[in-house]
Design a protein around this ligand. Structure first.
Ligand code: HEM
Length: 473
């Protein structure tokens, strides 16, 4: 009885047909204005809870973190993760603890991420050269496309020790695979909401077929990478040990505390591909979107970078970023207003608990809507304004201490790639703003830049941000 309020829905189906999957966080934000910071939805036979305020996010992600840190077994995530053998969808058990610890030590720790700085520098320099070419031939720059090439190159080199050829078929196949996988992972599978009959519908409407095909393609990709690493003749791209080298080493010397086979390595590769590439792209594109809509901030951040490093420098190094507080504030403000993962990955309650005064039973799905949390009127003045200055005073950080800024989530399941994500975003944005001036194509006005979103855990801008680039004067 004491369950969060639920908007009226259809008998049996509940609210399942009331949403479309693009801009879902916005639709849920609107509902929170009517039903409050905690409300529920009935999706078929499943009840889910949505949290929309910093206070309740803190209750879930801090006070009740231990009772709520499982992930649900949803059809698509189970398939992609070889039945929960990855980090993002495995239940809160020893296996998750081991894989998370291992992935951080060997790939995502501060030290490991710093060791990859030469790769990030090399790939960012290549990006800048491509944009230079656009300037020379007056071509409009589609940032999404260029940034996907950049971040997939960084991730593939650091994690898998390989790089796809610039314009090759292999690379466009890889990007196509990424896009399809992102779409499938957020798609509605009826089997998640209607046991038995849902599975039949998923087969008949072709969703199961798409999922199987995608799984097969990804599996083939992982196997190729593993085989390359097992080949004694393999030529390494650099001196740095990549993530697969580390996993295979661990498998051979038996030092992983659990049995480790290729079936365990593949889901971890999946996490890196699906969580590590798109998120940085979306962050940079949304930051540039916000800057294009706000010329005052654009001018101020470019002045900061150019006044500090304009003399003689042609590239902003990672070490220089600490001297750019306004750039850091711009990134925080962009992630507040346009969180790249606006609906944090779903939690499942391990036992019953009380949130916001409501009783949440065991095995309930709980989502935190960061889009709404980042607009909470009790916390943020003029929340819809893009105003980076709000981060210049005070100590609000990305780790969600006060839970008012949670683009990386919070609690035990907080994003382990936070450091890698931020360092990439800072480096690329600093250089884009330092070297070039950005303008809208002729006839496009600032007010025309929309914020429509594509479906996906990572929220991409639906209409690509295409800009005219000029060399800095
Ligand atoms: C700007 C970049 C990024 C953003 C905004 C971001 C955001 C997020 C968010 C919101 C979550 C859910 C946290 C929660 O449920 O509380 C998450 C989880 C995760 N992220 Fe990231 N992420 C980014 C970069 C990365 C990178 C570079 C990697 C790895 C290469 C990564 C790997 C993961 C994994 C494995 C999880 C699941 C963690 C778990 O369940 O234990 N992320 N990320």
């Amino acid at each position: 009885a004491n369950f969060p309020p639920c908007p009226k829905g259809l008998p049996f189906f509940g609210n399942i047909f009331q949403f479309n999957s693009s801009s879902l966080c916005l639709q849920l934000y609107e509902l929170s204005k009517q039903h409050g910071p905690i409300f529920s939805l009935q999706l078929g036979l499943r009840k889910i809870v949505i949290i929309s305020s910093p206070k309740l996010a803190q209750e879930l992600l801090k006070t009740h973190d231990l009772e709520c840190c499982n992930r649900p077994s949803l059809t698509s995530s189970m398939k992609f993760s070889y039945n929960g053998l990855d980090m993002a969808s495995s239940p809160y058990k020893d296996y998750w603890r081991h894989t998370r610890k291992f992935s951080i030590i060997h790939y995502l720790s501060f030290k490991r991420v710093s060791n990859f700085s030469s790769i990030r520098k090399h790939e960012t320099t290549l990006l800048m050269k491509k944009i230079e070419n656009h300037v020379s031939c007056s071509k409009v720059t589609n940032l999404h496309e260029l940034l996907t090439c950049l971040t997939s190159a960084i991730v593939c080199r650091t994690a898998f020790g390989r790089r796809f050829e610039e314009e090759g078929v292999e690379r466009s196949m890889f990007h196509g695979m990424l896009q399809e996988a992102q779409e499938l992972i957020i798609s509605n599978f009826y089997s998640d909401y209607f046991p038995f009959v849902g599975g039949i519908i998923d087969k008949l409407n072709g969703m199961m077929g798409r999922l199987e095909k995608m799984f097969k393609d990804l599996d083939e990709f992982y196997q190729n990478v593993i085989d390359e690493h097992l080949d004694p003749q393999r030529k390494k791209l650099g001196d740095e040990e990549d993530f697969i080298d580390a996993l295979l080493q661990l498998k051979n010397d038996g030092s992983f505390s659990m049995d480790l086979s290729h079936v365990h390595i593949k889901p971890l590769m999946m996490n890196i591909i699906l969580a590590g590439i798109d998120t940085s792209v979306a962050t940079i594109v949304w930051a540039m979107t916000a800057l294009m809509k706000n010329p005052r901030v654009m001018k101020k951040v470019q002045e900061e970078i150019r006044n500090k490093f304009g003399d003689g420098k042609c590239f902003i190094e990672e070490d220089n970023i600490q001297k750019l507080p306004y750039l850091k504030a711009v990134i925080k403000e962009a992630m507040r207003l346009y969180p790249p993962v606006p609906l944090l990955l779903p939690r499942e309650t391990i036992k019953k608990c009380s949130i916001g005064g409501y009783k949440i039973p065991e095995k309930t799905l709980v989502y935190v809507n960061a889009w709404a949390v980042h607009r909470d009127p009790k916390t943020w003045n003029e929340a819809e304004e893009f105003y980076p200055e709000r981060f210049l005073e005070g100590e609000i950080d990305f780790r969600g201490c006060g839970f008012e800024l949670i683009p990386f989530g919070g609690g035990r399941r907080i994003c382990p790639g936070l450091h890698m994500g931020i360092i990439t975003v800072e480096l690329v944005l600093a250089n884009l703003l330092f070297s070039f001036d950005w303008e809208l194509p002729q006839g496009v006005k600032r007010e025309d830049i929309d914020i429509l979103m594509l479906p996906g855990y990572t929220q991409h801008k639906k209409n690509p941000l295409c800009l005219v680039t000029k060399r800095r004067v």
